[in-house]
Design a protein around this ligand. Structure first.
Ligand code: G6P
Length: 615
């Protein structure tokens, strides 16, 4: 998964591409490159490292003139991150230049053929194969670039979002998409190409999102022709008016996107239930549910598929759905589900949870579920994303763009949406009383204010972080609804501070992790009043007698845990199914501060990427 940017128009392309690449670094950041055409030559600059390193290299190595260009920020799949493997890639003749996000799965056999025909390859990438395949078609079949791209792509197996141009025809960029996202911004006599709209939102909010198996031929000063790659049929462009603005995308005064996104949670949760939760009328309105109510009511089982943090949100909602709707729920890692020949019935509902809506394993899992006749419901944050489009119906989380690689507001808004769905279904099924239903709605409406209150512990959490920042291992324990929160807290710490952390159901501690406990082991225990409080307090006692350091996440006013723990962080009281929305907050802040204190790259942790569009 990578970020791609392209420009063709009347302005200098380089500054637009550079800024665009910086905004797309969340998609991958192990190498970067740019290709600009100045009327004579293609000026190419590529480097291992971040876009900043590219910027420095460009200054000393190439001229940046030109009104057509493409750029790339990479997350390596084929070939290690180095200068040569970085994009753009140039064809053997030096005429064609390409950027690519995705994987060409059959690149090895294509490469062998091309080598037989005399082509040389400098890099280990699948992308260099593709650009030479296009060139080969162009030469042998004497076609225009668009046609050559189409013929070449019909030989390709895999996923791609590409942009390619030919220095002999510098008034045209050809783009195509299958599996990876591609947006085209339409300005005044100028066009922008990007993995999402952030690189061009300051120039235009008119955009076309290519569908899978579509290609676009973009001509300077003219129009865009969209065709189906398979059968060459013409597609009428659908131009959308985008509602996002740049400020939403940028850091808004915080040191890191992650911190900004943690603090955005009160509003993000509010946006999630805005217009859906009408507590005065005791109604939940969600079009995706209402339109398919019969399917939901007849469902024998709900299967939740997701990856990473979204999987944790799925685990929380397993408790919520089963408790409120009495429908059996299974939560599956999408990557396991897709390959284990799962039993899927036509009366199953598969809920796919994904912030980005682009996670390859989740997408494949829902394609499998659809093929087996299940009804697929998507819970995504990114509007118009692949999973949102592939699902039969869905509900957006409306959290706004999440840039920090470590997911925060996506998690709490996923839980919010899933709770709304569970409540709506419970009401329809009659598994919740009207009083209880109303009570849940009122409490849910109070959550944004309570999240704000939970955020007020930030300064104290910083103090606690300072004490434990040099730990080698941290254990997170929780029970019931808060067991998945323990998993999520441990994941957050691992992801951004590289400290080993494990989440465990509190009662399972005695079956293994207890052996690790000594005076050097910090243990974060979620021990809110609702749920299995007394049992968790007993677990805390067991830790205490082994001299473990206890950080308790407790309900406001708690005294029992305070007496036992080394530190307590309070969250407001709420109903049990809603506690994860509050207990998550201190865990996010704890991992954030520790990572900052350890001088780690909080928003772009090593080896990770925001959106994993490869399996
Ligand atoms: C990556 C991200 C995680 C995210 C996971 C699933 O690993 O770094 O933060 O939880 O993908 O992504 P999704 O977009 O499907 O929720």
């Amino acid at each position: 998964m990578c970020g791609i940017v392209g420009y063709i128009g009347h302005r200098e392309a380089y500054p637009i591409i550079l800024k665009g690449l910086k905004r797309l670094e969340y998609r991958g950041y192990d190498s970067a490159g740019v290709a600009l055409y100045d009327g004579n030559t293609i000026n190419l600059c590529k480097t291992k490292g971040k876009v900043e390193a590219l910027e420095t290299k460009v200054k000393t190595q190439i001229a940046t003139k030109g009104t057509i260009g493409i750029g790339h920020t990479r997350w390596a799949t084929h070939g290690v991150p180095n200068d040569t493997n970085s994009h753009p890639h140039v064809s053997n003749s030096g005429n064609l230049v390409i950027i690519h996000n995705g994987i060409i799965e059959n690149y090895e056999s294509l490469k062998k053929e091309l080598i037989k025909r005399g082509y040389n390859f400098a890099s280990d990438t699948d992308t260099e194969v593709l650009v030479n395949l296009i060139e080969d078609v162009q030469k042998n079949q004497n076609t225009k670039l668009g046609k050559a791209v189409q013929i070449a792509l019909n030989q390709v197996i895999g996923a791609y979002a590409i942009a390619v141009f030919d220095k002999k025809k510098p008034n045209e960029i050809v783009t195509a998409k299958l599996g990876s996202p591609l947006a085209i911004g339409i300005g005044d006599n100028e066009f922008f190409i990007a993995s999402d709209a952030s690189p061009f939102i300051e120039y235009t909010n008119n955009a076309i999102y290519l569908e899978d198996e579509e290609m676009a031929i973009i001509r300077r000063g003219k129009d865009i022709k969209i065709r189906k790659i398979k059968n060459d049929s013409i597609v009428a462009p659908y131009i959308q008016q985008l509602q996002i603005n740049l400020e939403q995308i940028e850091k808004g005064g915080y040191d890191h996107f992650m911190l900004k996104e943690i603090y955005e949670q009160p509003n993000a949760i509010l946006d999630t239930f805005r217009g859906r939760l009408l507590s005065k009328d005791a109604i939940i309105k969600m079009a995706g549910i209402e339109d398919n109510m019969k399917k939901f009511l007849n469902a024998k089982r709900i299967i939740i598929v997701a990856c990473g943090t979204s999987w944790h949100a799925g685990l929380v909602s397993e408790y919520t759905f089963e408790n409120l709707t009495r429908t059996p729920v299974e939560v599956e890692y999408a990557s396991e589900f897709r390959y284990r020949n799962p039993v899927i019935n036509e009366d199953d509902i598969v809920i796919a949870i994904s912030q980005s809506g682009e996670t390859a394993d989740t997408l494949a899992a829902i394609k499998l579920a659809k093929a087996k006749g299940a009804f697929v419901f998507g819970v995504c944050n990114v509007v118009g994303s692949s999973i949102a489009r592939e699902a039969h119906a869905g509900a957006y989380t409306h959290a706004g763009p999440e840039i920090g690689v470590a997911s925060t507001k996506a998690f709490t808004t996923q839980i919010t949406v899933l709770t709304l769905i569970a409540l709506r279904l419970a009401r329809a099924k009659g598994t919740i009383s009207s009083t209880d239903f109303r009570h849940h709605l009122i409490e849910l409406e109070l959550i944004p204010e309570k999240v704000k209150k939970a955020l007020q512990s930030d300064a104290y959490i910083k103090v606690v972080s300072e004490i434990y920042k040099d730990s080698k291992n941290v254990l997170y324990l929780g029970r019931g609804y808060n067991f998945p929160v323990a998993l999520e807290g441990a994941l957050k710490l691992k992801e951004i501070s590289y400290i080993h952390a494990e989440g465990y159901p509190a009662a399972e501690m005695k079956h293994g992790p207890i052996a690790l406990i000594d005076e050097n082991m910090p243990i974060v225990v979620i021990a809110t009043k609702k749920g299995h409080y007394e049992k968790v307090v007993s677990n805390i006692q067991e830790i205490k007698s082994r001299k473990g350091k206890i950080i308790g996440i407790v309900t406001e006013g708690d005294t029992s845990v305070k007496d036992l723990a080394d530190h307590v962080i309070e969250v407001p009281e709420t109903l049990e199914p809603l506690t994860p929305l509050l207990t998550t907050i201190p865990l996010q802040l704890l991992s954030y501060h520790i990572a900052v204190m350890l001088n780690k790259n909080v928003d772009q942790p090593r080896n990770l990427a925001k959106s994993v569009t490869v399996e």
